[in-house]
Ligand binder design. Structure first.
Ligand SMILES: [Fe+2]
Length: 185
């Protein structure tokens, strides 16, 4: 990942220093371009395919964090049939699929947030993302409640960029089966 970023740290930093509304479209463009670069795909993504065949769950295969926390760039591997729980992040985020396709589900919160550890969710939409589809963007906290997974039969790989964390916690995990939410450390 360090090699990949040899020409990118300044661009990533300039993106992540912007206000959220300006940073998100820039982050989306950066990732959409990145996942279509043959050198990036050949050196950083395709080598992950073989190990993905033997993995039980999804995982972060590569990660580069700015030393001061200004951004975090991560490559996720999604073996067939894997996916996250419903969650949010305390930073903005953007991601693009680099190989295969991933399914993103997005949720709205319908309660007012006043009850501790209580959240009532409503599914807002879902979209399947492939490398030619560009990048998805997620607002911080309950502006971006989501779940990502790979319901297909072959592995997928995606690249995610997260902006600076706006709270102490990393984000929140949701369990809509019991209207529950808790902080994720
Ligand atoms: Fe996420």
């Amino acid at each position: 990942m360090m090699t990949l970023l040899a020409n990118s740290p300044n661009e990533l930093r300039s993106i992540c220093e912007l206000p959220t509304g300006s940073a998100l479209p820039r982050a989306a463009r950066f990732l959409a371009d990145l996942v279509r670069e043959p050198v990036f795909l050949g050196s950083q993504i395709l080598p992950l395919l073989e190990e993905a065949e033997y993995a039980d769950g999804w995982y972060v295969a590569r990660r580069y964090d700015a030393p001061d926390g200004a951004y975090s760039l991560r490559v996720f591997v999604w073996p067939a049939g894997t996916g996250t729980k419903i969650h949010d992040h305390s930073s903005w985020g953007a991601y693009a699929c680099a190989l295969g396709s991933v399914l993103e589900e997005r949720f709205d919160r319908t309660d007012d947030g006043s009850r501790p550890e209580y959240a009532r969710l409503r599914k807002a939409w879902q979209l399947s993302w492939s490398p030619e589809d560009g990048a998805s963007t997620v607002l911080p906290a309950d502006g971006g409640i989501h779940r990502v997974g790979n319901p297909g039969e072959s592995p997928a790989v995606s690249v995610h960029l997260y902006g600076p964390r706006l709270e102490d916690v990393d984000g929140r995990d949701y369990d809509p089966s019991r209207d529950y939410v808790c902080d994720r450390s």
